[in-house]
Design a protein around this ligand. Structure first.
Ligand code: PLP
Length: 392
């Protein structure tokens, strides 16, 4: 079904440019009405002309035309043959972890999203799935942390909130040699900046709530996979466990994805302008952005990313109180959790997104501030950060 759609869009996914696929893959004008925009199909069931004789859809949990359009589109953007849309990023992650059987070990990159850490440590761990944190800074760390029962390596790059980047190709080589699969959370980079499947990853996962949706108005998750056997197992679980994305949510993410390339260009450009302000402000201690040559993720990011993303983190010299004054003083940057949308956000990870990590190996410095740089006018964003930093 997916192939037919992208062929109708004018060729195989490989031959069309990213921006073209974002707008056309899986999204040809509706055959019944000519509607140019993919309709939101709310129907839960689909007519059969005879028993088992249908147009590819039977029941909406198993398959839905709007979801199908989104799944085809984002799979094409990731360079994958299969895509699966879920109700949230964590629902997508849960669907992936169900590939494992009790006793099979998960190695979790040492700077993982808090919700991923919670899902693995609080739900899968107690059910009998061993797991251990692993330092993925270089392939040696993975070799050192390897245990014979390892079946899955989970990594995020860039990470949240320190924006560390790991070498996907090198990690996949080590894992594959030892018979494990590699999952890459591509939420921060998006397929526009980084395509893990082309670097050897087996499975790509997204919180579509972030850059894919891009407008802070829909919660969603996505899985892209190129291996047919893995795809079939994931699709079986998607239907059998049922954590599917609703048709309206699929429409919202599909609408967001159309502008992903132009949004990412501007996110990166604006992030660079903000980095310049931070580097020259006396209240700032350390700027964390993968483009900076002294950033620990610089080499990996330069190798595998088109550009360095819209997330910027930094520490202030005045410690936690100064950091809290800065986030309170920002005006255009809204004080809020989440990331990846058109509007700029500012947060204090230590007391907000990463509060539950206090005391664990995921703990972050209390002078740390994280920015999700939006696509507003760069001059306005820079002026806002500058005036907020003046109160540090
Ligand atoms: C937000 C996020 C998730 C979880 O996604 P939800 O849509 O909130 O369930 C997973 N990974 C990363 C990197 C995230 O930022």
């Amino acid at each position: 079904m997916g192939e037919t759609d992208s062929e109708r869009a004018g060729g195989s996914p490989q031959r069309l440019g990213f921006e073209t696929l974002a707008i056309h893959a899986g999204q040809s004008p509706d055959e019944a009405s000519g509607a140019v925009v993919t309709p939101i199909t709310l129907s839960t069931t689909f007519a059969q002309s005879g028993v088992g004789n249908h147009k590819g859809f039977e029941y909406s949990r198993s398959g839905n035309p709007t979801r199908n359009a989104l799944e085809t589109c984002v799979a094409a953007l990731e360079g994958a043959s299969n895509g699966l849309a879920f109700a949230s990023g964590l629902a997508a992650e849960d669907n992936i972890l169900r590939l494992l059987s009790p006793g099979q070990r998960i190695l979790l990159g040492n700077d993982a999203y808090g919700g991923t850490f919670r899902l693995i440590s609080k739900i899968y761990g107690p059910m009998g799935y061993p797991w251990s944190p692993v330092d993925l800074t270089d392939a040696d760390g993975l070799v050192a942390g390897w245990q014979p029962d390892t079946k899955l390596v989970w990594l995020e790059t860039p990470t949240n909130p320190l924006l560390t980047c790991f070498d996907i190709e090198a990690i996949c080589a080590v894992a594959h040699e030892r018979g494990a699969i590699v999952v890459v959370d591509n939420t921060f980079a998006t397929p526009y900046l980084q395509q893990p499947i082309s670097l050897g990853a087996d499975i790509v996962v997204h919180s579509a709530t972030k850059y894919l949706g891009g407008h802070s108005d829909v919660v969603g998750g996505f899985v892209a996979v190129d291996d047919e056997e893995l795809a079939q197992r994931l699709r079986f679980t998607q239907n059998a466990a049922g954590a599917i994305a609703a048709p309206f949510d699929c429409y919202m993410v599909l609408r967001g994805v159309k502008t992903l390339a132009v949004r990412m260009e501007r996110h990166c450009q604006n992030a660079r302008s903000i980095v310049d302000v931070l580097l020259s402000h006396p209240a700032v201690d350390r700027v964390l952005y993968p483009q900076l040559p002294d950033h620990p993720g610089h080499a990996a990011a330069s190798k595998q990313m088109r550009d360095f993303g819209g997330m910027v983190s930094f520490t202030v010299k005045g410690g936690e109180q100064a950091a809290l004054r800065v986030v309170a003083a920002a005006e255009l940057f809204t004080l809020a959790e989440s990331l990846g949308a058109v509007e700029s956000l500012i947060e204090h990870p230590g007391q907000m997104t990463h509060a539950s990590a206090a005391g664990s190996q995921l703990e972050v410095p209390d002078s740390l501030i994280r920015l999700s740089v939006g696509i507003e006018a760069a001059g306005d964003l820079c002026a806002d950060i500058e005036q907020a930093l003046d109160r540090a």
